[in-house]
Design a protein around this ligand. Structure first.
Ligand SMILES: C[S@@+](CC[C@H](N)C(=O)[O-])C[C@H]1O[C@@H](n2cnc3c(N)ncnc32)[C@H](O)[C@@H]1O
Length: 447
């Protein structure tokens, strides 16, 4: 449990909830990423005028709503025999926000009901739904907590196609735990350090972090990232510890030419550069390449940046080491992006899987004899990971899996699969706040 929400004034509370309603709409109706919608509010929207805590609470209500969306909708359905009326505009999201506050953030019911009804001040056209809003939320505040106990949390909160897919891959207990960890009120922040030296040890103390076996420093709680010690001097960058594993599988890359095929925003590019590799970092997006450059400037690291399509770009040579961190559905990042699972569809998974299959073959074509290729995605879907491998190996008989072995990498033991690939899941290291879901596999090309 984190501290309960309490706004600096009644007026600020209402303004924050209006912001929360706009953010909810941006994410669920317009399919925007929450961080982007929030950033847009801070730059141009009314939320920028609010004190920091009130703004943060607005975001927290939305995160809570997204984490518990299925439960919230089931609770509402149980109190509304005829469902949400048609053509009721913002009513559904106003009610959802109200339930999130009542049942998951323990905000007093008078404040929640009062502000839910006050929303119709802005939405005058729908003012006829005030009475319904009042009645439903009062019922939820009285009987909702009891009804909540009867709901299967994971099954309710995951879209059914996703739930079934994960059940097949991981099993019920694991899926339950994945959702439980992902629904924690806050997510820890992992840092990757440029060097594991005395300075890093000192910073770890100042930041009150904990070293993980995987080599990252984990901060259980933190303020603004760019105000943390060591940010400005570029000693570290933010990178979930699971995201730091693929580069480690490339082994000793000092003075080796490494192609980082889908590189932005550059977490893995910085890792490679810090290890002394001669990195070529390619990305399709010029805007995202600018983010790599900014990151490299801050950390005083170097890489050759190339804008291009990984499927087509002509490098004019082969590489001894390649990292392919392919575009994916990113369902593995649900701890930090609870909106994603509500925005994705089976068609998206099929689209990404097809793209990844093509990219994997392109990466293989760019690898030199005896070279090493690491392929990864931050997806928990089998289609975007293990299912891609058998066809690839059939078509590329000179490639073989180079299995990760516990004797060489004891720190990766919990993630090693029977074929030597790695699978990380949000429920692993649960007591420390979990980690992103990644699929990672290493290949060698035999001469
Ligand atoms: C998973 S992200 C990479 C994250 C990055 N490796 C890191 O560690 O920070 C995938 C990247 O692939 C890029 N991308 C998508 N399609 C691409 C293509 N056809 N060619 C090159 N890059 C592509 C996206 O712009 C995005 O930056």
């Amino acid at each position: 449990m984190t501290d309960p929400i309490s706004f600096s004034s009644r007026k600020a509370g209402m303004a924050a909830r209006e912001g929360a309603l706009r953010l909810t709409h941006a994410v669920l109706n317009d399919k925007k990423m929450l961080d982007e919608a929030y950033q847009a509010e801070l730059e141009n929207g009314p939320l920028r005028k609010l004190p920091g805590n009130d703004r943060a609470f607005a975001k927290r209500i939305v995160i809570t709503l997204l984490q518990h969306l299925g439960e919230i909708d089931q609770i509402l359905a149980s109190f509304m025999d005829r469902g949400i009326p048609k053509k009721s505009g913002p009513l559904r999201n106003i009610l959802r926000l109200g339930v999130a506050e009542l049942l998951f953030l323990q905000v007093p019911s008078h404040a929640v009901v009062d502000s839910a009804v006050t929303h119709f001040r802005t939405w005058k056209k729908y003012a006829g739904f005030k009475g319904l809003t009042n009645a439903v939320l009062r019922q939820v505040s009285q009987k909702g907590a009891e009804r909540l106990k009867e709901i299967d949390t994971a099954k309710a909160n995951l879209p059914d196609w996703l739930y079934q897919d994960w059940l097949k891959s991981y099993g019920k207990d694991e899926v339950d735990q994945m959702v439980e960890v992902s629904n924690a009120p806050s997510t820890p922040l992992d840092l990757s350090f440029k060097a594991n030296d005395e300075n890093a040890q000192k910073l770890a103390e100042v930041l009150e972090g904990q070293w993980l076996e995987t080599g990252s420093l984990r901060l259980a709680s933190h303020g603004k990232v760019d105000e943390l010690e060591g940010f400005e001097s570029g000693e570290w960058w933010v990178q979930d510890t699971a995201a730091s594993l693929p580069v480690k599988l490339l082994g000793d890359v000092k003075d080796t030419e490494v192609l980082d095929l889908c590189a932005a925003p550059g977490g893995k590019t910085m890792q490679l550069a810090a290890l002394g590799a001669d990195v070529t970092a390619l990305d399709l997006s010029g805007k995202r390449l600018q983010r790599i450059q900014k990151n490299l400037d801050r950390t005083k690291l170097e890489a050759k940046l190339v804008q291009g399509d990984a499927l087509k770009h002509k490098f004019g040579k082969l590489f001894p080491a390649i990292l392919l961190d392919a575009p994916c559905s990113a369902t593995g990042t649900m701890r930090r992006h609870p909106e994603l699972i509500h925005q994705r569809s089976p068609a998206d998974i099929a689209h990404f899987a097809k793209l990844q299959a093509r990219m994997l073959r392109r990466a293989a074509d760019l690898l030199d004899d005896n070279g090493v290729l690491v392929f990864c995605t931050c997806s928990l879907q089998a289609a975007e990971g293990p299912d891609l491998i058998p066809d690839f190996l059939m078509e590329y008989p000179d490639f073989g899996i180079d299995p990760v072995e516990e004797k060489n990498h004891p720190e990766f033991a919990p993630f090693i699969q029977s074929d030597g690939s790695l699978r990380t899941r949000p429920d692993q290291m649960a007591e420390l706040g979990g980690l992103d879901g990644f699929y990672i596999i290493r290949f060698r090309k035999y001469a």
